[in-house]
Every structure is written in C-alpha cells, then in structure tokens.
Design a protein around this ligand. Sequence first.
Ligand code: GDP
Length: 193
Amino acid sequence: MKVTQAEIVMSAVKPEQYPTDGFPEFALAGRSNVGKSSFINKMINRKGLARTSSKPGKTQTLNFYKLNETIFFVDVPGYGYAKVSKTEREAWGKMIETYITTREPLRAMLLIIDLRHKPSADDVMMYDFLKHYEIPTIVIATKADKIPKGKWQKHLKVVRDTLDLAKGDEIILFSSETGLGKDQAWNAIQARI
Ligand code: GDP
C-alpha cells in the first residue's frame, strides 16, 4: 500500500476514546528504543509523524494513525524501560489488555524486535500474552542493516526459537534505514485486512 494520507486522529487511554470509523486496525508494540517510530515513519513515508525516541515516562496513550482513509496503525507505548514506576507499568498493562481483548477491528499486532539481539524477557512475555488472547502477530525484526547479510538467517532462527513462533505467525526482516522488508510488511498487513 502506498500511503498518501496519514494523520493522528486520537490519543486514547479508554475504549470510549477509540475511533469509531470501524477501519481494520494493526497495532504496533515493542520495547522502548527498538525502532518502532522509525518503522511507522518508514511504512507511511513520513519523516516525523511518529515521534522517534519519544521520552519514556510521559503520558502513556494509544496513538491512532489513520492511513488513506482505509486502515489504522495503533501505536502502543514502548515497554521494558527500567525507570518506569510500578503504577505506570500496571496502567500500561491494563490499557493494552483492555484494547487487545475488546477491540473488534484489531486484525493483527506487529511486534517490533531488534534482529541483533535475542528477544528480551519482556518481548517473550508480550508475545505469550498475544498468543494467550489469540491475536495474529507479525514479528518485525528491525535494524537488519546493522548486521551482515550472511548472519541474518542465524539471527532469525534465534528470534523464531526464543519466541517459539506460533503457526501462522511470520517474521519479517526489516530496516528503517534501507527500506528492506517494507513491501513484505505491507503484504502481510494487506493479507490480514
Ligand atoms: P522507538 O523508541 O521504538 O520508537 O525507537 P526509534 O524509532 O526512536 O529508534 C531508536 C533509535 O534506533 C534511533 O536512533 C533510530 O534512528 C534507530 N533506528 C531505528 N530503526 C533503525 C534501523 O532499522 N536501522 C538503524 N541502523 N537504526 C535504526
């Protein structure tokens, strides 16, 4: 999909604040600093719509991006930032659980992980949580440009094995620097609309 129109329509905490357009939704999650904003910006051809390196600890909201009057990307605040208080962590958990368990237009979660590293305990927890609620998941292994091509398959295997990837879920190699994987990511999204 070539995105020609993209706008943030809502920052929501509660279901009453979610948009009511009814377009299919794809939510994006990942640990802080993994490259989620860069992924969104690359996918929608915008440099700064999704704020890169947005400060952890600020108001935690679900940001709904309406694309081409057709679908929504829902940006979930990053997890795994050590300095977040227990109260904030719990609020985050409640917000994402409510969204995932009640949101009818949700088609899939895009879980952004860093191809260079074995998925963290938080990544595994997030993936298990998604599988518990039977949310189809597309794993985006980003920052692929940071490791040599000859090592990609080895790293992908570590990701696949650590997450214990479920049948029907796929991993897509990605780089926000080079655009690697962009078409494949869009194809995976469109296949689930
Ligand atoms: P977020 O906190 O998950 O939204 O992460 P950001 O998108 O702000 O990215 C964190 C840092 O990683 C920034 O310095 C980005 O420039 C860098 N980054 C993100 N994606 C890539 C990528 O695919 N390749 C490289 N080399 N750097 C990336």
